[in-house]
Design a protein around this ligand. Sequence first.
Ligand SMILES: NC(=O)c1ccc[n+]([C@@H]2O[C@H](COP(=O)([O-])OP(=O)(O)OC[C@H]3O[C@@H](n4cnc5c(N)ncnc54)[C@H](OP(=O)(O)O)[C@@H]3O)[C@@H](O)[C@H]2O)c1
Length: 253
Amino acid sequence: MGITNNPFSLEGKTILVTGASSGIGQGCAVMAAQLGAKVIACGRNEERLKGTIDQLDGEGHTSFAGELTDPMVIESLVANLPALDGVVFSAGISMTAPFTFSTRDKFDKVFNVNFFSPVELLRLMVKKKKLVNGASVVFISSVGGNFGFSVGNGIYGASKAALNSMSRLCSLELAPKKIRVNSICPGMVVTPLVEGFSENITQEDIQKDIDFYPLKRYGKPEDIAGGVVYLLSDAASWVTGQAICIDGGITAY
Ligand SMILES: NC(=O)c1ccc[n+]([C@@H]2O[C@H](COP(=O)([O-])OP(=O)(O)OC[C@H]3O[C@@H](n4cnc5c(N)ncnc54)[C@H](OP(=O)(O)O)[C@@H]3O)[C@@H](O)[C@H]2O)c1
């Protein structure tokens, strides 16, 4: 027997997810649909996007393929949006570089995807009144932004710290419209984003890193999606301005 008026349900909500063609964004799209949401899945690779749509429970889901650092693409996406009850900004890239190799072009590359693109998307969504009163916005940030610091992670970490800062600021500016804005800060999650790292690290070093996690494993996309769907739901209607770590306990040390 289901719970009537289940506050965790996303039934009747339309949720846009960027980065939905892979990893964490895909996990969020799948779980949001399981909870009843109609999903607008955004990514670049049309085949992978179709793969996501095929995994979604329910009907009425749509996809949008485009390069989200392109201002024209951002404008056309926003212009064609229906009213949204929630947005998950998961599209992102990583980069590892020692500080002395952290040149402006590398900062630009990472900040364009991880910071400027979601911030401009949100700005236009608010300006064009695409978010309903009571909508929930979730930025996928990282523990590497403000909570854990590792050598070589400066550019990526700075992009996520900037995102956490903007998330908190937006939570205050959008609170009068009852729009909630939070970020989720994952620890290491096994996705294509981090699979490339293993080329440069031995299996032994990876195991040492895993063992350092109090819960003794890396995350899965659904570990992050669980927190995201909570924030999208009415169960989180008094939660805003937070950066929530979902990280197997790594930042508890
Ligand atoms: N995995 C981790 O350990 C981890 C930890 C902390 C935070 N995060 C954050 O979580 C988010 C998702 O990461 P993930 O691990 O799921 O990575 P992923 O599997 O590589 O997925 C990245 C997604 O972003 C999309 N994307 C990248 N650049 C884009 C652009 N310029 N325009 C439009 N879409 C773009 C990709 O689209 P296409 O595939 O279609 O090109 C893909 O859907 C990122 O913001 C990342 O920083 C990840």
